[in-house]
Design a protein around this ligand. Structure first.
Ligand SMILES: NC(=O)c1ccc[n+]([C@@H]2O[C@H](COP(=O)([O-])OP(=O)(O)OC[C@H]3O[C@@H](n4cnc5c(N)ncnc54)[C@H](OP(=O)(O)O)[C@@H]3O)[C@@H](O)[C@H]2O)c1
Length: 315
């Protein structure tokens, strides 16, 4: 009996069913509210725009009034939120919930910066500031939102971690510590939220095009006493790399690569616990499993374009 499903027809039907699925997803996402931190640039801005286009009710946050105004100008709903300031976190959440009638389907914790510098050059206040923004601010905001998600019986918390949340590199000690801590805290939180309907996912990007490097350069110049450091020469070579425009690392991807994983973490009935992004993340996750720590150190020394390597290359 002829079913009418010739191979050509079959692929047409498949396409039709996929496009119908996409359409249904867009309808189901319509209006689901999500709060995003750090939307002035880079990944946060890209994810805010991408989710808005997909039908979500995006509340984009930024810490500066001018950036909030810019986000509003392009049609997004936006609030001012500085992760270093508890009062700002409280006020931003209040404003968000007043916009969304008290509902929040998801939180994308994203706003952060990198504080470069050798571990022995990190002043206590500089190190503390890194943890305040990248870890404690996220924690405070998350803890304010969890009770609401528990009441709703559903929610998605998506943490923008990093390859540096499980791989250490020289001169990234403060940032490494903030992201390693985030990974540990998130693993514990996930266990504690079992059965609540709240899913927690970690995104682990490698190099992504954004303002991250330019902002890191600023923090390095501001906070590290390079002239009096034993690492002075290495810093000199490294400055050149931080100042360079455009990608300096192979396998750098645009922020849309992260958006794709955020969409999966929001829409999958069974979101992943970890989403590696970029080839280096996959590679080092694998190497970490199969190599001893000493072997991994050697691999990192060989692949990382650390100040030492840059310095050699510049001579
Ligand atoms: N780019 C990468 O290669 C890469 C790789 C792995 C992970 N990540 C992670 O991706 C996330 C986004 O970074 P990005 O690459 O998009 O860099 P970015 O372009 O520098 O964006 C960082 C965002 O965080 C905001 N931010 C900084 N301090 C804040 C504070 N105290 N309160 C609220 N927001 C604050 C920045 O706001 P201002 O403009 O006001 O400073 C900016 O909006 C970070 O969590 C980062 O660790 C990035």
């Amino acid at each position: 009996m002829d079913s009418g499903l010739a191979p050509g027809n079959f692929s047409f039907l498949q396409q039709l069913s996929q496009s119908r699925e996409r359409h249904i997803k867009t309808l189901t996402n319509k209006g689901k509210p999500i709060l995003i931190t750090g939307c002035s640039s880079g990944i946060g801005l890209c994810v805010a725009r991408g989710l808005y286009r997909r039908g979500y009710r995006v509340i984009a946050s930024a810490r500066k009034g001018a950036d909030v105004a810019r986000l509003r100008d392009e049609g997004l709903e936006a609030v001012e939120l500085d992760l270093d300031d508890s009062e700002s976190i409280r006020g931003a959440l209040e404003e968000t919930l007043s916009l969304t009638d008290g509902r929040l389907f998801a939180l994308f914790n994203n706003g952060a910066y990198g504080q470069p510098g050798a571990v022995e050059d990190l002043r206590r206040d500089v190190f503390r500031a890194q943890l305040e923004t990248n870890l404690l601010g996220w924690h405070e905001l998350t803890c304010r939102i969890i009770p609401l998600m528990r009441k709703q019986g559903e929610g998605r918390i998506i943490q923008n971690s990093s390859i540096l949340g499980f791989t250490a590199l020289p001169y990234r000690g403060a940032y490494n510590a903030s992201k390693y801590a985030l990974e540990g805290l998130t693993d514990t939180l996930r266990l504690e939220l079992q059965g609540s309907g709240i899913h927690v996912s970690l995104i682990e990007p490698g190099p992504i095009q954004s303002r991250f490097r330019a902002n890191a350069l600023r923090m390095w110049q501001k906070n590290i006493d390079t002239a009096n450091s034993v690492h002075r020469e290495r810093y000199q070579a490294w400055a050149g790399r931080l100042e360079k425009e455009g990608p300096t690392t192979p396998f750098t991807l645009p922020p849309e690569a992260v958006l794709k994983r955020v969409i999966h973490a929001l829409e999958s009935p069974r979101p992943r616990i970890r989403y590696p992004v970029t080839f280096p993340t996959y590679m080092f996750a694998f190497l970490k499993r199969v190599l001893t720590s000493r072997m991994l150190d050697r691999a990192l020394a060989a692949t990382d374009r650390s100040p030492k390597a840059d310095y050699r290359a510049s001579k």
